[in-house]
Ligand binder design. Sequence first.
Ligand code: AR6
Length: 173
Amino acid sequence: MDIELLQGDITTRDVDAIVNAANSSLLGGGGVDGAIHRAAGGQLLEACRALRQTDYPEGLPVGQAVATDAFNLPARWVIHTVGPNALAGQTDPELLRQAFANSLAVAERIGAATIAFPAISAGVYGWDADDVARTAVQAVGNHPGTCLERVEFVLFSDRVARAFQAAFEELRG
Ligand code: AR6
């Protein structure tokens, strides 16, 4: 499995699945969530509303992941996950690991060969970029699946991009 670090806007990525750092409501928000909903168009919100009416009436729990169509995006699917919110006291790295690992598991289930991740929880949810980078790298490194050929991390800011670079160098020794 190839792992790539890129800097830029995840909504432009022509991969099978992009991951959305959503909130439990699944009904949109700011940051990368807002960008994905704007670029995908209103049908994405309709698909998320449908999930709330069926599988997730209480919302998507922290650490879980679910896929929808990606509508107007170049990607085929959006995998919505909810990272822990450090500002609300959710500081257990296991929750963040689950958000990455369950997104990868959903990608395998739907047959995605390529996936792009943002730095889940490194924005509004207040996690330190180094902790997010380390957790992300470990989750991908320990992923047991066989379907995925390429994992991209698409990072918006210099600070977060540097954190991921450092985490990868650590992993590769
Ligand atoms: N492409 C790639 N990365 C982006 C983009 C983009 N277009 N836009 C922002 N980022 P955040 P969270 C980066 O706040 O911390 C939302 O309101 C951003 O710079 O989007 O998990 C949700 O609805 C940061 O490095 O997600 C939730 O309520 C990273 O993406 C809450 O924010 C994650 O920042 C989730 O907070």
